[in-house]
Design a protein around this ligand. Structure first.
Ligand SMILES: [Fe+2]
Length: 452
């Protein structure tokens, strides 16, 4: 190294490699975890959360790092363990493996599987929208890529929707080759039973979607594949003023179905809160960005706000309404109400200086929040019901909260009814800011462990 190089100032790493976005380098198993407050005995199960954690210490974008799952096992008012494990993908273990071969064929077994972790039909699946799912066991060990007995012919979104009425899982895959969008339905017992290529004008980035009791809802929004960006090696999607924006409503369970499309004002949505049928109308609530990635993904403003589309299937009419003007992300509701009318929704919010979890009462048009202050930063919170028959908000919110002062994280439990503090499991390490998680109750965990 020359003296000039030694004296040159080091370039500040990008945000996703600094502070609590930075990856951790150690896989741990910790027991005997300290608890503040009292963990309700009903909380018997496993909380899992996925996030990007580049093993090399570097990735070109927050969304591109290797997946790492952080899990806490709860039973009898105790936390039996905390574990963090990389998802052992082919991308992690074969860094030279290429997703797109010289013949243009996409290998969906290559991917970082860093975005979400869900369970369905007795399997735990780590998900990333570019690739096949990656199956895990209940101790976070990787089993391997999962393709529904060879029936899956596209990537799988990280945001499948499990219908609480039928137990079916609905999902889609998108990509930059035609068909750009493909819908799939998996039966309650885990068989892929329907696949439909969906007609859309171009290769847009479709992060999430939603369902109602009778419909599947797609969002075709103007963040479009950009070959120049792809050649530069960054996120290959950017805003396109000419693309337009539309929401598609497609009947569930109809072979050969296609969506009916409704034009909406241009915007971007990573995450809907929920959607549901209301007579001839479909109501869709989302965390809506007025614009995203104007010329590249670095053009990002954290300004998604709760927004409602109401689509009239009988007239083709669309109405749009802002439900709130505050910045939110990671909206969630009880899994038992996905696709059904919901009164309450929860999200991560930043109100002024304070980091918060907010609770929306969509019927009362009010909100409340749990404020963590400036030093403690929550991630996505999942809702866990007290029982199957409990009132809609009778349960808990659970998620990781990072404490700047200690540089460690807690698994925090709030009472969702009044947003008060219930308990915190203190972890001996920090959990880097990540993406999405799932609570797997004991009954589902038993089914998963019987399969392992
Ligand atoms: Fe997401």
């Amino acid at each position: 190294m020359s003296s000039t190089e030694e004296l040159a100032p080091k370039k500040k790493p990008p945000f996703h490699l600094r502070g609590n976005y930075a990856p951790v380098q150690e896989e741990r198993t910790d027991t005997g975890l300290e608890i503040t407050g009292s963990l309700p005995p009903e909380l018997e199960g496993l909380y899992l959360r996925n996030g990007a954690n580049p093993k090399s210490g570097w990735s070109p974008h927050w969304f591109a790092g290797d997946g790492m799952i952080h899990g806490v096992r709860l039973a009898d008012g105790q936390a039996s363990w905390y574990r963090n494990r990389w998802v052992q993908t082919r991308s992690l273990n074969e860094p030279k493996a290429r997703m797109i071969g010289d013949d243009g064929v996409v290998d969906y077994t290559i991917g970082v599987n860093n975005t979400h972790v869900v369970d369905h039909a007795g399997k735990i699946l780590a998900l990333v929208e570019s690739s096949f799912p990656c199956e895990l066991d209940s101790e976070l060990n990787t089993i391997g890529p999962y393709d529904y007995d060879g029936r899956l012919n596209s990537a799988m979104t990280a945001h499948p929707k499990i219908c609480p009425v039928t137990g079916e899982m609905h999902f889609f895959g998108y990509g930059f080759f035609e068909p750009y969008l493909t819908y799939h339905r998996v039966s309650a017992d885990g068989e892929l039973v329907q696949t439909e290529a969906i007609d859309v004008p171009g290769p847009t980035m479709v992060h999430d979607f939603s369902i109602t009791e009778t419909q599947v809802i797609f969002m075709d929004l103007p963040v479009v594949f950009d070959l120049d960006l792809a050649m530069k090696g960054g996120m290959p999607y950017a805003w396109d003023d000419d693309y337009g924006a539309r929401v598609g409503v497609m009947p569930r369970g109809v072979a050969g179905a296609q969506p009916t499309w409704f034009d909406v004002d241009p915007c971007y949505v990573f995450h809907p809160l929920n959607s549901f049928d209301d007579g001839d109308k479909v109501v869709i609530d989302t965390a809506r960005y007025p614009e995203l990635w104007r010329s590249q993904s670095a053009d990002f403003k954290n300004d998604a706000a709760l927004h409602r589309w109401t689509l009239d299937l009988s007239t083709g009419g669309v109405s749009e309404a802002a439900l709130d003007d505050r910045d939110i992300e990671f909206p969630r509701l009880p899994d038992s109400l996905v696709g059904l009318p919901n009164r309450f929704g929860y999200a991560v919010a930043s109100f002024g200086e304070s980091n918060s979890l907010v609770k929306y009462d969509l019927e009362g048009d009010t909100s409340s929040s749990h404020d963590f202050g400036t030093q403690r930063i929550p991630g996505e919170a999942v809702f866990i019901p007290r029982s199957d028959s409990a009132a809609e908000d009778n349960g808990w919110l659970m998620g990781y909260v990072y404490d700047k002062a200690t540089d460690r994280s807690d698994l925090v439990v709030l009472d969702a009814a009044d947003m008060s503090f219930t308990a915190a499991v203190h972890l001996p390490v920090r959990v880097p800011f990540g993406f999405h998680g799932t609570w797997i109750d004991q009954q589902r965990l038993d089914a998963i462990e019987a399969n392992d």
